[in-house]
Each structure stands twice: as structure tokens, then as C-alpha cells.
Design a protein around this ligand. Structure first.
Ligand SMILES: [Zn+2]
Ligand SMILES: [Zn+2]
Length: 117
């Protein structure tokens, strides 16, 4: 899950060497990475252990500050409207339908984006 953040430090160092994510790292995370954590199904407490205490608070604030903004498409990086988007069930990225070559939302429950296929 932390690999989504595209952190300016190595994710392996965080998990294996117990290096903590600092405020500086949090400040460097882009909105596209952050928006994956806006999904209500994601339990942020699962990744709390990887952060310094103050850095985690800043991270949560940053995620919450995105709540009123529109999603960015992971493919074209432009904002998405509510009707024409699709979320990948594997990486949780959002896409415009046309950016993943679809004309309508697939009937299947589970959607896997081109990146995850
Ligand atoms: Zn797009
Ligand atoms: Zn995906």
C-alpha cells in the first residue's frame, strides 16, 4: 500500500529497515498518489506504523484536504467528472473510460486497469 505514495525514499527501507516517513516526505507526495487514499474502504491506520507521529497527522490532513476536490485520471492526469470514471479494483486508480479504451462502464463487478493487467 505504501508503494502507492511514490515516496522520495525507498519503500523497502520503510518496511524492512523500519525507516519512518517524515514530514518532508509527506510534503513531497503528489495529489495523484494521495487520492488513492481517499477511498473510504482504505483503513489509514494500517499504514500509520510507517510514519513519524507528526508526519502521519500531516498525511491524514493532506488526504482529507482532497475530499472536496475532483479526482485526477491516472492516465491523462486531468480531472475527472463523476459519471465518466472507473476505478481499478487492484491499484485503486481512477480513469476516464475513454482513457482505458472503454465506451461504457463494464458490467463486471471487478475492474482491472491496463497497468494491473
Ligand atoms: Zn483520463
Ligand atoms: Zn490498476
Amino acid at each position: 500500500m505504501i508503494s502507492w505514495l511514490k515516496l522520495p525514499i525507498n519503500c523497502e527501507a520503510i518496511v524492512i529497515e523500519n525507516v519512518k516517513i517524515t514530514s518532508e516526505h509527506v510534503a513531497a507526495i503528489d495529489n495523484l498518489s494521495l487520492q488513492k487514499f481517499r477511498n473510504d474502504f482504505i483503513d489509514l491506520s494500517l499504514i500509520e506504523q510507517f510514519f513519524e507521529t507528526s508526519a502521519f497527522i500531516e498525511f491524514v490532513n493532506k488526504v482529507n484536504s482532497l475530499k472536496n476536490k475532483r479526482w485526477l485520471c491516472d492516465s491523462c492526469r486531468k480531472t475527472t467528472g463523476p459519471k465518466i470514471v472507473l476505478q481499478c479494483d487492484v491499484c485503486l486508480a481512477w480513469y476516464h473510460l475513454r482513457c482505458v479504451g472503454l465506451k461504457s462502464v463494464p458490467k463486471t463487478q471487478f475492474y482491472k486497469c491496463p497497468e494491473c493487467n
